[in-house]
Design a protein. Structure first.
Length: 373
């Protein structure tokens, strides 16, 4: 039996022994089966394993279980649980069918376990990859995702953020890892001094593998890198980037990204409509679209570098736990991390890096006059 399956069975036995404590509102099942979703079959101690739990003879899963023994994933599981709890505390009636219900987070020895409710639906990724999207279907998804982001903003917005202060500490860390465009970034940030936007909960990675679709609408899972006080529009920008690359499907990130944000075509014009509609609903000055777009990718690139740092053996936290908090690595550590990844192209999910320059930001300055949004 694969090591992963053995560990899953150990976790299930642990849960059964404590069923009444952990699940007082769910009758103890007579039978439990599972379906593993992710995690290596020869799972050792460095990965995360995710699986569905089926209770009795139910056709659909009742629970989703994640567990890990790795510090990186421990942080992610903790953050997901706290984020979901916070969202449910804000408005459980609104969120109950749109995000997973947080049920349990438990640390057992060296193993961290997260259990959430199950949400039905097909991933948008399955729908996009299986079928070449029609313009009509793309517009439907655009509208639904735009509304989803707007509603998340409306239901979770709190104090306004000084957008310059928000970006300033990000810039200090960003230029240590990606020193290009320092002057352009400083110029851009100087242009937004004194500007404020309403803070909002952000998911952080609303790529289509995390978006479920059914007849009731869109649901979003995997809140592992969510942030309680983030920038509006950022989730929508990340979604549009993924969607554009899978809509055009040229096989070339440059072409897909350029057609999504810098060429005038039916797709980019519809993306512009959705972004402007968002701004009108949430009352964001449209002059802030470009700065927020840039800051979104700065933050994304920093987080991806921290993932690379962890994979290179550095002790790095994935999150800033205090507002305005940032940290840096020594120059020799930064060089070591870059040396662990191939040159000249470094492809990360939704982020393309050439010679240590994120294309997502580089193209913004190279093609700023053509930015369609």
């Amino acid at each position: 039996m694969p090591e992963g399956s053995k560990l899953i069975k150990i976790v299930i036995e642990f849960l059964i022994d404590r069923w009444d404590k952990y699940f007082p509102n769910i009758d103890k099942p007579q039978k439990i089966s599972f379906l593993q979703l992710c995690g290596d079959s020869d799972y050792r101690i460095t990965e995360k394993i995710e699986f569905f739990l089926f209770l009795n003879s139910n056709k659909f899963p009742s629970l989703v279980v994640n567990f890990t023994r790795h510090p990186e994933y421990t942080e992610l599981l903790q953050n997901e649980y706290l984020s979901l709890k916070k969202l449910y505390s804000i408005n459980s009636d609104f969120f109950k069918d749109l995000i997973p219900k947080p049920i349990l987070y438990e640390k057992v020895g060296v193993t961290d376990i997260l259990i959430t409710g199950y949400l039905a639906g097909r991933t948008m990724e399955q729908m996009v990859i299986k079928n070449r999207l029609s313009r009509k279907l793309a517009e439907i998804f655009f509208k639904k995702m735009g509304e989803w982001c707007i509603n998340l903003n409306i239901h979770t917005r709190s104090d306004k953020i000084d957008i310059y202060e928000y970006a300033e500490h990000l810039l200090k860390e960003y230029i240590l890892y990606y020193p290009s465009n320092k002057i352009n970034l400083i110029r851009l940030l100087d242009s937004i001094k004194g500007a404020f936007v309403p803070s909002t909960f952000v998911h952080g990675n609303p790529a289509a593998g995390n978006i479920l679709v059914d007849k009731t609408g869109l649901k979003i899972v995997d809140w592992a890198i969510a942030k309680e006080k983030g920038l509006p529009l950022s989730d929508l920008f990340i979604f549009l980037t993924w969607y554009g690359s899978n809509y055009f499907r040229t096989g070339d990130f440059f072409k897909d990204y350029k057609m999504t944000f810098f060429d005038s075509n039916p797709f980019s014009r519809k993306a512009k409509d959705i972004v402007h509609y968002y701004c009108e609903r949430v009352k964001i000055d449209k002059k802030l679209i470009i700065p927020i777009f840039c800051i979104t990718w700065m933050e994304y690139a920093i987080r991806k570098f921290r993932f690379m740092a962890i994979n290179s053996g550095c002790e790095v936290s994935l999150f800033n736990h205090n507002v305005g908090q940032s940290f840096s690595l020594a120059d020799e550590d930064v060089k070591k991390i870059w040396d662990n990844f191939p040159e000249p192209n470094r492809d990360l999910p939704l982020l393309h890096i050439i010679n240590n320059k994120p294309v997502n930001i580089q193209m913004l300055f190279d093609e700023e006059k053509n930015f369609i949004l």
